[in-house]
Design a protein around this ligand. Structure first.
Ligand SMILES: [Zn+2]
Length: 93
C-alpha cells in the first residue's frame, strides 16, 4: 500500500510513544488480546499503531483519537482485507 507522506515526523513518533506507554496501548483493538511490547518489530504479535479511519480514507494520522494499538499481524491482516475491498480503478459514482 503506497504511503508517501507523514510517517517519519516527530509528532508521529511522539504519538506512538504516548500510545505505547498508555494502558490502552497494551491491548490489541482488533482481537482484544494483550500485546507484548518486548517482541521485535515485524513479529506477528509485536506492537504496531493502527488507525481507526485509514489514512487513505481521510483519517488523521496525528490525531490520538484515530490511533489504536494492534498486533502487527492483526493490523496487516486488516490492511489486506481493506485493500481487496478498495476498487483499483476509479469510476464515476
Ligand atoms: Zn491482535
Amino acid at each position: 500500500m503506497p504511503r508517501s507522506k507523514g510517517r517519519t515526523g516527530r509528532p508521529y513518533r511522539t504519538l506512538r510513544e504516548q500510545l505505547r506507554n498508555s494502558p490502552a496501548g497494551r491491548v490489541c483493538w482488533i482481537c482484544g488480546h494483550g500485546i507484548d511490547l518486548r517482541l521485535p518489530a515485524r513479529h506477528p504479535l509485536s506492537w504496531s499503531l493502527d488507525h481507526v479511519v485509514p489514512l487513505d480514507r481521510g483519517g488523521d494520522e496525528l490525531n490520538p483519537a484515530n490511533a489504536r494499538a494492534a498486533h502487527y499481524g492483526c493490523n496487516s491482516r486488516k490492511g489486506n482485507r481493506m485493500s481487496v475491498v478498495r476498487p483499483k480503478t476509479s469510476r464515476a459514482w
